[in-house]
Design a binder for this molecule. Structure first.
Ligand code: HEC
Length: 487
């Protein structure tokens, strides 16, 4: 009886939607026999990992508070308070790592099998943008962790972006939602991570899968069997007719095994290694952190640390354009001809070299004894003319200013950040007491340094800042007299 009832419902649904009739041919469509292989499972494995990310992500969003002062605590609560919250965070973290990894393997396989060639150019381009979306998710996800790594990583990113000629300040404003890293920055990244990129990703994914269905799975590349735009489609049709196998269940079985394997691997990693961070409440006054990006960006981090600083801006602006441009142009540059990797030694070598370079840089990034040399966002030395003829106390203050990286936000002699006012001439604007109060209590978007400076350091710092005034302008003083009273 219940069986009959279920059948009746199914029949009713099929009658109204027609989905079964539409989907059955898709599942049963024939694919070239040799593609029912474990070489062809990386795309569906990426899809499985994406589904896992959506599922764990939605669960995390139930608890995560996207506000600058509570995000960190909500993650700590997930780690230690919520039942199995740590596992959820761990699964999302390891899932994101695995997704990037498997996606790259998928791309490599497609590249080596020549699957990007005619007529699958658009499928490849769609895939390039899927890669960008995935990396975008990985990057924005790191920021949502809202810890010291996220804060300082973003700070470094923003300072590099700010150096872009002309558009720099605008770019930083778009990135951070204002002049500083704060609540608006987090809202921005949350929206991008949770709504914008996932929507884009799903739309692209739909197009990608549609194209795969429409153009057929790439046949196993045979050395010497060239792609010719005139004859390719006909030959493909013939091969599938002559020697095809139904996608379901024959090829799909391997896909399902691989999908289960990668998801299981992620869950095992999550259980064994646990969640990542959050590492330290984000605090602009604690500068002795060594922010490290997650592994998929480590190679970039290492690259920038090793290259001379002056190349940074150039590479950051030109590099992505060249790389993405090349990937998009690839199917048009070599859209026909040989597909087999056995006959494309140049392509294989190029892929190996890129892998080797990225692998080496990643290795260096994990063990790096250095920290990246980032001029705009590091302890730029105080220019000599500001320390000439100063007392020992004032000199010590100049060092404090340098080591506490005040110039991340303040410029001196035209060099340094622009978030706070330039400090040249500050002594003619502010009195000693006002300087002390500004340093200890911060305010107006400046962090309070009260807990991170010893009284001696404050005294020295303020003594140094008091020397910062034009020669012909006097130092600001509290007006002595009964009107203002004691400060
Ligand atoms: C995160 C960015 C940031 C950092 C780091 C920072 N400041 Fe500031 N600072 C600001 C901002 C923004 C203002 C403006 C505050 C306002 O408008 O009230 C400011 C104002 C000041 C002022 C008052 C300047 C004036 O002309 O009114 C002084 C003095 C000052 N900072 C000193 C320091 C010192 C010393 C350090 C290092 C120990 C430091 N700042 C680190 C952002 C920063």
């Amino acid at each position: 009886m219940p069986m009959r009832f279920a059948t009746a419902i199914a029949k009713w649904l099929e009658d109204r939607t027609g989905l079964g009739a539409a989907l059955t041919p898709i599942l049963g469509h024939t694919v070239p026999r040799r593609t029912a292989s474990f070489w062809y499972v990386f795309g569906s494995s990426t899809l499985a990992l994406f589904a896992l990310q959506v599922a764990t992500g939605v669960c995390l969003a139930l608890v995560y508070v996207p506000s600058a002062d509570q995000a960190y605590q909500s993650l700590v609560y997930l780690n230690h308070g919520a039942h199995l919250g740590w596992f959820l965070r761990a699964a999302h973290f390891w899932g994101s790592n695995a997704m990037v990894l498997v996606l790259v393997v998928h791309m490599l396989q497609v590249f080596l099998f020549g699957a990007y060639k005619y007529p699958r150019e658009l499928t490849w381009i769609c895939g390039v943008f899927l890669l960008l979306c995935t990396l975008g998710m990985a990057f924005t996800g790191q920021v949502l962790r809202w810890d010291q790594d996220a804060y300082w990583g973003l700070g470094i990113g923003a300072s590099i972006a700010s150096r872009a000629p002309g558009i720099g300040p605008g770019l930083v404003h778009v990135l951070l939602g204002g002049p500083i890293i704060g609540g608006r920055t987090l809202s921005r990244f949350f929206t991008v991570h949770v709504f914008l990129v996932p929507a884009l990703l799903m739309a692209l994914l739909g197009l990608h899968l549609w194209l795969v269905l429409r153009l057929g799975v790439n046949e196993w590349p045979m050395p010497g069997r060239l792609v010719d735009r005139e004859t390719y489609r006909k030959r493909y049709e013939e091969e599938v007719q002559r020697d095809g196998v139904p996608f379901f269940p024959l090829a799909a079985r391997k896909d399902m095994i691989a999908m289960a394997a990668v998801v299981l691997a992620v869950l095992v990693c999550a259980a064994l290694f646990g969640p990542h961070g959050p590492r330290g409440f984000p605090d602009p006054t604690v500068i002795d952190t060594a922010p490290r990006p997650d592994f998929f960006f480590l190679w970039l981090f290492a690259l920038f640390a090793l290259l001379p600083a002056w190349t940074e801006t150039f590479i950051l602006l030109v590099g992505p354009v060249v790389a993405i441009g090349f990937l998009v142009a690839l199917p048009f540059l070599s859209g026909a001809g040989e597909k087999s990797w056995l006959r494309r030694p140049g392509s294989v070598l190029a892929a190996l070299l890129i892998l080797l370079a990225i692998g080496t840089l990643t290795g260096l990034g994990t063990t790096s004894p250095w920290s990246p040399l980032m001029d705009g966002w590091s302890a730029t030395p105080v220019p000599p003319i500001y320390v000439k003829g100063r007392s020992a106390l004032e000199l010590r203050g100049a060092l404090v200013l340098q080591f506490k990286q005040c110039r991340n936000c303040h410029s001196l002699g035209g060099e340094g950040g622009l978030r706070g006012p330039a400090l040249d001439g500050v002594a003619s604007r502010l009195t000693r007491d006002q300087l002390i109060r500004q340093v200890l209590q911060g305010g107006g978007n400046m962090p309070a340094y009260g807990k991170n400076l010893s009284p001696a350091e404050v005294t020295a710092l303020v003594a140094f800042m008091q020397t910062l005034h034009p020669v012909d302008e006097p130092v600001a003083r509290t007006a002595a007299g009964p009107l203002l009273g004691p400060r």
